[in-house]
Design a binder for this molecule. Sequence first.
Ligand code: SF4
Length: 363
Amino acid sequence: MPAGGDMIKLENCLNKAGAEIPLTDEEALFILGLENPLALSMLFSTACALRERYFGRKVFLYGFLYFSTWCRNNCSFCGYRALNSGLARYRKSAAELVNAAVGLRDAGVHLLDMTMGEDPFYCTDQSGEQRLLELVRLIKENTGLPLMISPGTVSREALRLLAEEGVDWYACYQETHNRSLFQRLRPQQDYDLRLSRKKDARQLGFLIEEGILTGVGESLRDIVHSLRVMGELGAEQVRVMSFVPQANTPLAHLPTPPRSRELKIIALMRLLYPQKLIPASLDVDGLAGLKARLEAGANVVTSLIPPRSGLRGVSNSTLDIDEGCRTVQSVSVELARLGLEAAAPEDYVNWLARSRERLPKTG
Ligand code: SF4
């Protein structure tokens, strides 16, 4: 049982959050510092009640198409970094990608997330950008699904063309909003450029997703700061993922953090932003990790990947994929166990339309 004073403080915080009164930074820090099981269970149930207020029992499902694992960067936490020569990489053909995309659409995902490393084939010059646009056009034509693009820090012009193609979302995770930690995680990358691309994307009419990595040396105050920046950016989808050590990387020695940290951040995101989309990624702990993330207040299942397609995830890049556990069918069984269900396709399309109406008008 937490000390009486802490319990009163927690109840005050949760009552405020339930009434959608903004929490202060100190209250957010207090939430992130909770350890007691009773306190955590109160936190998670408030987060779920807020999710239910805006989304009912419905959950959105995102298919993941990691179409190129080539990258010019050397992020210290990432197994796909350019200097990792011990990795079998791929760049999927258009036909392979369409096949996987149509399969995901037919299975019932609500959106396709087209992700790549910063592959020079697609992002160094105009002809690369054209290749990327053609791929996007092909996926859009063949599936008709909403699209998210996660191409890294591409040019503003490339973003403008992607917006013209009807791509709905731009995802580009800063990982941290502590500049010195950013430099250690994303060496030789420009903090301001990465952040400004998200602002550009919003001006161009994209919805944006912002994300952080936890367990990489960030402080609790850094996390609170990141959540504030996400709000200031106007990100409609906000995420956190636990760091998972990758072989042949500078951070290979760093242990993965206890999952309670990620779960508390998910719940705090829900307290601060009841109406935003918050992912429960299958990429960190596979299907076994879904329940805890949904019970912390997440409302989107991400990283569904067709089995035996040769497509990979990111942090646990093969976990549960060929076993068929990262499919709509497997996830739906888990949702039903939790009293949740996959939303209808029109629910997602309507949510997108309402969110677009809230975007700042430009021009
Ligand atoms: S995180 Fe992305 S940009 Fe960084 S090395 Fe990995 S694939 Fe490349």
